[in-house]
Write a protein that binds this ligand. Structure first.
Ligand code: ATR
Length: 274
């Protein structure tokens, strides 16, 4: 029997760790499948997806910059993908329809809880108000934090985002200058880490025993992780765990089997520093 085909699609895509992760999941769970990288031209996302499906593809992960276009392409969206307005997982159903899901927020929540970081009743701050933050708000609010504050360089965007999710829980938006701590958990969802920058943060944001989480990751701790360590964080995590957990959630949607993420995380050398 030919193995089922899956792929991650993006631009650029050469750096993606998804093929490594899904190949390990498939071996571990005995699923007959392959998983490849596909580079789509910036103006050719739709054609590339439909070609892969026509060639027998069963599903795809979608990464930068196509997550919004992916949502438009789908015949239907899961509730969390509709809320996120973005899709990172495409499921090609046997009846010819394409379903879109978004597993990013579930991946973040699972990684936090897996590190023993509580969310319920906690004061949580999330930095940034772009697509990456929008994608994780609903699953975060579902964990019932005492407060979820969205802070952004452009305050209007944070306020608008908070208004969009206000029906799901106690969420507020503001600019960095209006921030008042302390918080139990600070999540960096800005793209600042990617350029080695750090949002302008007051010194007293982290409460006693607070945790910092950067949704980005790299071979070195990010500027935000270093800031958190210098300001007394109990734990400063990067986003590699979120990457593995969102992959496991996509794998589960496709195959109906939940892989064990611990060995895969170990194989990737997931770093976390106290
Ligand atoms: P993504 O899909 O990664 O969320 P995005 O939608 O372009 O990308 O959003 C990027 C986010 O990072 C925004 O919240 C942006 O702030 P603005 O809305 O004010 O532009 C934030 N960001 C990017 N670089 C930043 C920096 N150097 N300092 C602070 N915030 C930054």
């Amino acid at each position: 029997m030919t193995p089922d085909r899956y792929a991650v699609i993006g631009n650029p895509i050469a750096h993606s760790k998804s093929p490594f992760i899904h190949t390990l999941f498939a071996e571990q769970t005995g699923q007959a499948m392959t998983y490849e990288r596909i580079l789509a031209p910036l103006d050719g996302f739709r054609e590339t997806v439909l070609r892969f499906r026509a060639e027998g593809g069963r599903g795809m992960n979608v990464t930068v910059p196509f997550k919004l276009e992916a949502a438009e392409l789908c015949d239907r969206l899961s509730g969390r993908a509709a809320r996120a307005g973005a899709v990172n997982t495409l499921i090609f159903h046997a009846d010819g329809t394409i379903e879109g899901d978004n597993t990013d927020g579930a991946g973040l929540v699972r990684d936090l809880l897996g590190h023993g970081v509580p969310l319920e009743g906690q004061r949580v701050l999330i930095l940034g108000a772009g697509g990456a933050v929008r994608g994780v708000l609903a699953p975060l609010l579902a964990e019932r934090p005492a407060a979820l504050v969205i802070a952004n360089r452009t305050a209007d965007k944070a306020e608008q985002l908070a208004a969009d999710f206000a029906d799901l829980g106690p969420v507020h938006g503001c600019g960095f200058e209006a921030l008042a701590g302390p918080f139990d958990l600070i999540i960096n969802g800005t793209s600042a880490s990617l350029t080695g920058e750090l949002p302008p943060l007051p010194d007293d944001l982290l409460g006693k025993g607070a945790v910092a989480y950067d949704m980005a990751y790299g071979s070195e701790p990010t500027p935000f992780q270093r800031w958190a360590q210098a300001h007394g964080a109990r734990l400063a995590l990067d986003g590699l765990g979120m990457l593995v957990e969102q992959a496991a959630e996509s794998f589960y949607r496709w195959r109906g089997v939940r892989p064990d993420t611990a060995p895969v995380r170990q194989a990737l050398g997931a770093s976390h520093t106290a």
